[in-house]
Design a protein around this ligand. Structure first.
Ligand code: NAI
Length: 224
């Protein structure tokens, strides 16, 4: 099997979609699927799917297609969803609360072991059964619990200092909602930046293009 770190970022970015989609097939009771059927359902080309899955050694059998359950387990293994890691969440405001309440971390191999906020008034309040702790105990907590990842739901202003503290405590991976560019100061960290508005702007672009295409087509359609 090919080394994971030789795999292109674009393939890795498609894997969660395969994983999610195969889960839906499993729930529908579908046990096997050909790359052609998979491609039609996922709106990718069959050769794209074969190429993607071949990056990991390929799981399909000629004339049989893919075993849905096996392929899903294999993708989970590649993504590292098959073992538990501990995470903490920093910033228990609107966003932090929404993420804690709506993301089932355990489904993705993460156990939420602590929630932290700099607002002392929040101390002890529970979200999803996890009590909020004050930031002043974060070093002790990390020493004892060794979380591997942090979800950052704090404003950009306090993020650099927070990341510095967390890096010193051994946290190396960040699911970053904070709008602070972690890689600029900490290039060694593993970072996934999430900007919800990026997706809104991409939609805006599609809409603009769509409108332009319709405008270009309309004179012909009208026989002008
Ligand atoms: P909020 O004001 O409701 O909550 C922020 C919480 O973080 C507060 O409880 C505050 O006490 C705490 N906090 C602030 N600085 C801290 C620090 N240094 N350490 C620990 N806790 C700290 O704000 P909300 O709506 O939850 O948003 C949080 C941040 O996330 C905002 O800066 C916002 O711009 C950003 N955001 C990003 C999105 C994205 O798509 N990336 C979407 C929505 C918000």
């Amino acid at each position: 099997m090919q080394q994971k770190n030789n795999i292109s970022n674009s393939v890795i970015r498609r894997l969660p979609r395969y994983y999610r989609f195969l889960g839906e097939l499993q729930r529908e009771g579908i046990a096997k699927i050909s790359s052609r059927e998979l491609s039609e359902k996922m709106r990718l080309t069959a050769s794209q799917i074969r190429q993607d899955l071949n990056c990991f050694g390929g799981f399909g059998q000629q004339g049989y297609g893919y075993n849905v359950a096996e392929l899903r387990i294999e993708i989970a293994r590649i993504l590292g969803l098959d073992h538990m890691r501990s995470i903490i969440l920093i910033g228990a405001g609107n966003l932090g609360r929404a993420i804690t309440l709506h993301i089932d971390f355990e489904k993705y191999g993460y156990r939420l072991v602590g929630i932290f906020d700099s607002n002392i008034a929040m101390e002890g309040i529970e979200i999803s059964g996890v009590p909020i702790m004050h930031m002043n105990v974060i070093r002790d907590f990390c020493r004892e619990n060794k979380p591997q990842m942090a979800v950052l739901c704090i404003p950009r202003s306090g993020a650099e200092e927070t990341v510095k503290t967390l890096m010193e405590c051994g946290v190396r991976a960040f699911w970053n909602f904070s709008h602070y560019d972690i890689h600029f100061d900490f290039p060694e960290a593993d970072v996934e930046n999430v900007h919800l508005t990026d997706s809104l702007m991409t939609l805006s672009y599609s809409q603009e293009n769509h409108a332009e295409q319709e405008l270009e087509q309309s004179p012909k359609e009208q026989g002008v």
